[in-house]
Design a binder for this molecule. Structure first.
Ligand SMILES: Cc1cc2nc3c(=O)[nH]c(=O)nc-3n(C[C@H](O)[C@H](O)[C@H](O)COP(=O)(O)OP(=O)(O)OC[C@H]3O[C@@H](n4cnc5c(N)ncnc54)[C@H](O)[C@@H]3O)c2cc1C
Length: 420
C-alpha cells in the first residue's frame, strides 16, 4: 500500500521505519518475509519517507555489493530484478601511480573469487536497486509505505512507541527504526551522539562508456587527493567513484562536458580505449561517523543512520545490509518466542552484534583513506612495500577477498542466503 490517506484505525504497526531508501526498504522486506508471509500472520510494518517514494531523486552511483549483500537481496526477493545489470567483478587492480607517469604499474592485483568459488563483489546501479526494493516492498500487503511524510520524533508510553510526523499525525508501533540516513532526525531525537568528522573531500560520480572490454576488472587508483575508482558495469561501461579535494572538486564539477571529460580521461588512463560520458555527474560531501549507541527503548538505528564510512572500499551499504540482516533476525527470533518487536533483550543482542563490527570497519576505512591520500615520500614507500608484500602473499589476498565478500565472522542468516 502506498499513500498519504492512512485511516486512523490503521495507524498501529509492529515496526515503524523512518527512511524508505536502501536500508529501510530492505529491512521492511526482510521482516515481511519472516513474520508476515504465512497466512493468518498479522505482523504490520510502516515505512515512511520525507521524499516522494514513487519519484525519487535520481542516484547516479553504482554500488559495489558484497556476496553477503547479494545473498540477502536474493533471500528477500530483490536480486532477480537487478541480476541482469549486475556486473561481476572478476579482479581488482590497485595502483598509486602519478597521473603524469608514462606507465602505471599495478601495485597489487587479485582475483575476486572467494574460496567457495563465488564472486566476492558485483557492481549494481543504485537507481535500479532502489526501484527493485520499492517494487518488492509494494508487493507485500503487510508493508504500508507512507510518503511524503517526515518523522520528527517519537515518544514511549506503557502501550509502546509513538512516531510523530511533521504534519501532526502519529503512528503507534512496538519498535521504531531510524533508517533515515546520515543526518538522522530520529537519532537526534533519541539523544544518541555521534563520533565522526567531515573529510576535506567530495565524492564525484559519473558513468562512462569506453572503447575496449573491461573483462570485469575494477581499478582503485590512489591519488593524493583521494581514490579514483573504476567500477565495471555491464557492456563497455564503468561507474567512476572519485574522491577529490573539495575545492578542486567544485572547480571540476562546474566545467562543461568536454572539460569535465578531459579531467576524467586524465585519471582514467588509456588502457580501455576512448572514453565518453554516459550519465550525469553527481557529487556527495564525504564524512565518517559512528553512533555511540545503536539502540534505545523501543528504538534501533540501521544503515547510514548508525554509521557512515568513506566510499574508499565501497562498503557503506554493505554494512547497512549487515544491520538489516542482524536486526531482522533478532526481531524474528524474539517475536516467535512471543515477545513484541521492541523487546529490550533482542535490541541489546542487535547492538552487541553490530556495533563492534561497524566501529572496526569505520576506523579501518578512515585509516586507509589517510594512508593513501598522501604524497608524503615516507608514507608512499610504506604503502608500496606493504602492497608489494600483499601482492606476493596469496593467503593474505584470499583473506582480503573473503573480508570483501562479507562472509567472515558471526554472519546473520540472511547474509548466508538463508531465510530468517
Ligand atoms: C559517492 C558514494 C559512493 C558509495 N558507494 C558505495 C558502494 O560502492 N558500496 C556500498 O556498499 N556503499 C556505498 N556508498 C554508501 C551508500 O551510499 C550508503 O551507505 C547508503 O546509501 C545508505 O543507505 P540508507 O538507506 O542507510 O540511507 P539513505 O540512502 O541516506 O536514505 C535515508 C532515507 O531517509 C529519508 N529521510 C531522511 N530524514 C527523514 C525524516 N526525518 N523522515 C522521513 N524520512 C527521512 C531520506 O529521504 C532517504 O530516503 C557510497 C556512498 C557515496 C557517498
Amino acid at each position: 500500500m502506498i499513500g498519504q490517506d492512512m485511516p486512523q484505525e490503521a495507524a498501529r504497526f509492529d515496526v515503524a521505519i523512518s527512511g524508505a531508501s536502501y536500508a529501510g526498504l530492505a529491512l521492511a522486506c526482510a521482516l515481511a518475509d519472516a513474520l508476515a508471509s504465512d497466512p493468518g500472520e498479522d505482523f504490520r510494518i510502516a515505512v515512511i519517507d520525507r521524499a516522494a517514494v514513487t519519484s525519487p531523486a535520481p542516484d547516479a552511483r553504482a554500488f559495489a555489493l558484497s556476496a553477503a549483500s547479494r545473498h540477502l537481496l536474493s533471500a528477500i526477493g530483490v536480486w532477480d530484478a537487478v541480476a541482469a545489470e549486475a556486473q561481476p567483478v572478476t579482479a581488482i587492480d590497485i595502483t598509486d601511480s602519478a597521473l603524469d607517469a608514462g606507465v602505471r604499474p599495478v601495485l597489487l592485483s587479485y582475483d575476486n573469487t572467494t574460496s567457495a568459488g563465488e564472486t566476492a563483489t558485483h557492481i549494481v546501479p543504485a537507481a535500479l536497486l532502489g526501484a527493485a526494493l520499492r517494487a518488492r516492498a509494494a508487493s507485500h500487503a503487510s508493508i504500508t509505505l507512507l510518503a511524503p511524510a517526515t518523522a520528527t520524533g517519537f515518544a514511549i508510553d506503557e502501550a509502546g512507541a509513538r512516531l510523530q510526523l511533521a504534519d501532526g499525525r502519529e503512528l503507534r508501533a512496538g519498535l521504531i527504526v531510524a533508517a533515515d540516513g546520515r543526518k538522522s532526525a530520529l537519532r537526534e531525537a533519541a539523544g544518541i551522539k555521534l563520533i565522526g568528522w567531515d573529510y576535506p573531500q567530495t565524492g564525484i560520480v559519473t558513468t562512462v562508456r569506453h572503447g575496449r572490454e573491461h573483462g570485469g576488472r575494477a581499478v582503485q587508483h590512489f591519488l593524493p587527493a583521494g581514490p579514483f575508482a573504476i567500477l565495471p558495469l555491464t557492456g563497455n561501461r564503468a561507474c567512476i567513484t572519485w574522491s577529490e579535494d573539495a575545492g578542486e572538486a567544485a572547480r571540476i564539477l562546474a566545467l562543461d562536458d568536454a572539460a569535465f571529460l578531459a579531467e576524467v580521461e586524465k585519471r582514467f588512463g588509456g588502457r580501455l580505449g576512448a572514453v565518453t560520458l554516459e550519465g550525469p555527474r553527481q557529487s556527495w560531501p564525504l564524512a565518517m561517523h559512528l553512533a555511540r549507541r545503536y539502540v534505545g527503548e523501543r528504538f534501533a538505528l540501521v544503515g547510514d543512520a548508525a554509521h557512515g564510512v568513506h566510499p574508499i572500499a565501497g562498503q557503506g551499504l554493505n554494512l547497512g545490509l549487515r544491520d538489516v540482516a542482524a536486526l531482522s533476525e533478532v526481531i524474528a527470533d524474539s517475536v516467535r518466542l512471543g515477545f513484541d518487536a521492541g523487546d529490550a533483550q533482542a535490541l541489546s543482542r542487535y547492538e552487541r552484534w553490530r556495533r563492534f563490527d561497524s566501529a572496526v570497519s569505520t576506523a579501518a576505512f578512515d585509516g586507509i583513506n589517510r594512508l593513501f591520500a598522501s604524497d608524503q615520500p615516507l608514507l608512499r614507500s610504506v604503502r608500496e612495500v606493504g602492497l608489494g608484500l600483499v601482492d606476493r602473499a596469496p593467503a593474505l589476498k584470499r583473506f582480503f577477498v573473503e573480508e570483501a565478500a562479507g562472509l567472515t565472522g558471526d554472519v546473520p542468516r540472511l547474509l548466508r542466503g538463508e531465510r530468517v
